[in-house]
Design a protein around this ligand. Sequence first.
Ligand SMILES: Cc1ncc(COP(=O)(O)O)c(C=O)c1O
Length: 436
Amino acid sequence: MTNFTYSAAALDRLKANDSDVFKALMQEEVRQSEGIELIPSENYCFPEVYALLGSVFNNKYSEGYPGRRYYGGQENTDIIENLARDRAKSLFRAEYANVQPLGGSAMNQAIYFGLLQPGDTILAMDLSHGGHLTHGAPVSHMSKVFNFVRYKSEVPTGNIDLAKVRALALEHKPKMIICGFSSYPRELDYAGFKKIADEVGALTFADVSHIGGLIAGGALANPMDFGFDVMSTTTHKSLRGPRGGMILAKKQYGQALDKSVFPGLQGGPHMHQVAAVATTLKLAAEEPFKKYARDVIANAKTLAQTLLQQGAELVTGGTDNHMMVVNTINSFNINGTVAEHVLDAAGITLNKQMVPDDPNPPLKPSGIRLGTPAATARGMGENEMKLLGNIMVRALRSHEDTVALEKLRDETRAICSRFPVPGVSNDGKSHSSAAA
Ligand SMILES: Cc1ncc(COP(=O)(O)O)c(C=O)c1O
């Protein structure tokens, strides 16, 4: 059998022909193995995904859709794209799926342009309260094309007051209402949002990029079950697939959305990514993934509890999903940027984060955001969450003590060494270690 994939032979060539990139690849594998990844939007993909991303599907141009492409030679790409679309529809109980968006931002742009007109009003969650840049943050191009109005969560509970959302909807008459977030640790009331949207004649759009895997695994509610018109998810976060985006919708929007993705916004789809999405969706429908989704949330609750017990202040006081936001200024008297660096030194990777109505700027915000999808993919459980939570708090308290941070890094490494990264061997070498 021929094998042009991410193989030892291909890596041997890389090592011989570009030692600089090869070295960075090896270092990155070590970094991902030795430290703990708590950025809630990151994950370790299924090992099968590496095989497809490094496969000959990378070579193929497939503009168009299965059965109506602009290039020949599509007998295998049609198979994988049909599989991916059918699996997506079945897993998320949707009538329509498009698996071509190259990423999460592209998928959301395709939805706006496919279903709305420039200048239309969209009601979405405020950025500092957890919304995403693509939901109309002033720095995004989308905010120049559409008129975004923002709803907020209540401080400090984090609840979304639907009476206030309704009042905004009645005042601004949005054409679309978005339920979705990149930094909000609670479940949203999809039925409540849908009722408001119906009252004002708005489309309902759920961007479940962060929690797509948890919905697929049955651990969180699925907006499509509440009659939402359209839903988007990235495929590389809790879903454990390749980097990419996916759109699900009611059938009646299918034609407009297909046209909006291609030729409206994109050219050729990345068929190696589409193939990897197909396999990801098969794996995400199986029993072990359901357990994984439940474990991600159980781990997040344990980690949140550990941090609370040690005196940390969490935005909304806890979590219902995979992530949490810690107000590091109130808890440890350091901003999120300092906290991010301190924890990096202790072998813990997470990101600085704004808190609701943050008085501080985005590059020096008041908090950090962390989550459990990647740690859970390594097989870590509640015991490890308690250990890691304790290391975090000790590191943040001794943030000026480099010797203490070095010791804490050793503790993190010791925990991580017991939980190999899927697809990467425990010695920090790799599925590519044959060439290292
Ligand atoms: C809610 C949400 N939507 C969209 C995106 C954009 O995804 P991408 O980074 O693939 O463009 C993200 C990424 O963090 C997200 O959290």
